[in-house]
Design a protein around this ligand. Structure first.
Ligand code: DGI
Ligand code: FE
Ligand code: FE
Length: 191
């Protein structure tokens, strides 16, 4: 699939505001890829498709995820917000015939992150967090850190997400903690 075809597919799948967010994520991801490297084409494609499943029915997404065997444990209790990332990867493979594991993995981890993210995954994860339309607390700090390194930016994004969720006493997906720890260890070893 060509990038322009992917743009058309998400324009159809998403309301305008979400489509505009998607385009800003793609632009931000492009900037990060030119600064930090990675497969720029894969990064672009993953950024364009990252929220493809955002407006699907949570029950259907959960079924899709459970059927895939992607997780050995039940992820239902972590809430519906994280489902679109995992389901998105499964659905772009199924519906849009995307086969690149680099692209699929970057879509799957864009919400929760995970330990051991590839360069491309880190870029999409961070771009989603710092695109210019993001005004929540922590976005500016993550933007600032991302000028220093990709990992420093990801650390801010993980830390703020954990703060946000724990502040609301919401469950936090283990991948987010694992990603946070990896980036925190890295930061410590640099001091
Ligand atoms: O899809 P976007 O809005 O562009 O951004 P996103 O994919 O990062 O989703 C953000 C939402 O996901 C936000 O409401 C917080 C939620 N979220 C992120 N990580 C976790 C989480 N929710 C739970 N319960 N656990 C997580 O680890
Ligand atoms: Fe998302
Ligand atoms: Fe997004």
């Amino acid at each position: 699939m060509k990038l322009t075809e992917a743009v058309n597919a998400v324009e159809e799948a998403l309301p305008l505001r979400r489509f505009e967010h998607t385009m800003r994520v793609a632009e931000t991801a492009g900037e990060l890829a030119s600064k930090y490297g990675g497969d720029a084409d894969a990064v672009q494609m993953a950024a364009v498709l990252h929220d493809y499943a955002k407006y699907r029915d949570p029950e259907e997404m959960l079924q899709e995820i459970n059927r895939s065997g992607m997780f050995a444990y039940d992820i239902e209790g972590y809430g519906t917000e994280i489902l679109h990332a995992f389901a998105g990867a499964l659905l772009v493979e199924k519906e849009l015939n995307i086969r690149s594991s680099v692209i699929l993995q970057a879509i799957a981890s864009h919400t929760t992150g995970r330990a051991g993210m590839s360069l491309e995954e880190k870029i999409v994860f961070l771009a989603d967090y710092i695109e210019p339309g993001r005004t929540f607390p922590g976005a500016e700090k993550a933007r600032e850190a991302s000028r220093h390194s990709l990992e420093a930016g990801c650390l801010e994004a993980c830390a703020e997400t954990i703060r946000f969720l724990s502040g609301r006493r919401l469950p936090i997906f283990p991948h987010t903690f694992e990603a946070y720890n990896e980036f925190a260890f890295m930061q410590l070893s640099e001091r």
